[in-house]
Design a protein around this ligand. Structure first.
Ligand code: OAD
Length: 248
């Protein structure tokens, strides 16, 4: 990433009246949360695609729960990093702002993001497979197979698994934000999981300037500018200028 590339992207962000941001596991990598793909992405030799499915939960709920409890314990010790914080600042300074995250770790909310769609749900919410009741739950001492207090049926993490539909309202709001943002900023996603993988193309087709921040060039995101670097270093630099501009 050259200084010129960074400046061009910063200028776009600083002058935009509406910005839509899409984040993936890479933004939380700098907080110490393992990503799904690449180094550290496997748990007991399972890939996410093998565990995060309704079929896996149906046949081996205890294994799927063990994986989620392992992730909940790791994430509970982590804090938002400067990239999460910078996006809160962007939300507060940009009139038309939407954050779409694929992350279920809750770190954006912890940082203070509010105009946010958790597209894949949250692992801090549990949903009863019997009565459908959703509860917030941050306990790290759940039984191996937690049960609903109301109806006794099995609880599952309130996340969207492979093969499951995204909440229609969340999808609708996300698609609208893709179509209306002047700038579309993508941070730390491999761009292989739909529908989020197509959001940058949709935004671009509707005239957005698309910027990607990633440690590698995956070539999966339809972007006008690629900024190679760690999210916690690059994203704050992209957003600092807004404050500079406003104080000038
Ligand atoms: P992935 O694990 O597939 O990709 C993480 C991306 O972050 C990769 O492109 C990395 O190169 C990049 N990356 C790693 N460290 C970074 C850093 N410090 N700064 C910037 N980028 C960095 O995660 P997602 O794309 O989020 O879905 O995965 C999408 C979905 O697949 C997840 O939401 C989850 C998963 O299975 C479900 O569980 C339904």
């Amino acid at each position: 990433m050259t200084e010129g590339e960074l400046k061009a992207a910063r200028d776009r962000i600083a002058s935009a009246r509406s910005i839509t941001v899409l984040t993936g596991a890479g933004i939380s990598a700098d907080s110490g949360v393992p990503t799904f793909r690449g180094e550290g992405g496997l748990w007991k030799q399972f890939r996410a695609e093998e565990l995060a499915t309704p079929e896996a939960f149906e046949s081996h709920p205890e294994i799927v729960w063990e994986w989620y409890q392992w992730r909940r314990k790791i994430i509970a010790e982590k804090s938002p990093n400067p990239a999460h914080t910078a996006l809160v600042l962007l939300e507060q300074t940009c009139p038309g702002f939407t954050l779409i995250t694929q992350n279920v770790d809750g770190l954006h909310a912890l940082a203070g993001s509010r105009k946010m769609i958790e597209l894949h749900g949250s692992l801090w919410r549990l949903r009863c497979i019997g009565c459908g009741r959703i509860t917030e739950n941050r306990s790290l001492e759940l039984p191996p197979l937690p049960a609903c207090k109301d109806c006794g049926a099995l609880l599952r993490p309130d996340v969207v698994w492979f093969g499951e539909a995204i909440d229609p309202a969340d999808l609708q709001t996300s698609l609208e934000a893709c179509k209306t943002g002047e700038v579309f900023l993508v941070v730390g996603t491999s761009g292989v999981v739909q529908p989020a993988a197509s959001f940058a193309s949709l935004a671009k087709a509707h005239g957005a300037f698309t910027i990607e921040v990633n440690t590698v060039d995956s070539e999966m995101i339809d972007r006008d500018a690629l900024l190679i670097g760690r999210a916690s270093e690059v994203v704050p630099q992209l957003i600092d200028l807004i404050n500079d501009n406003r104080s000038n």
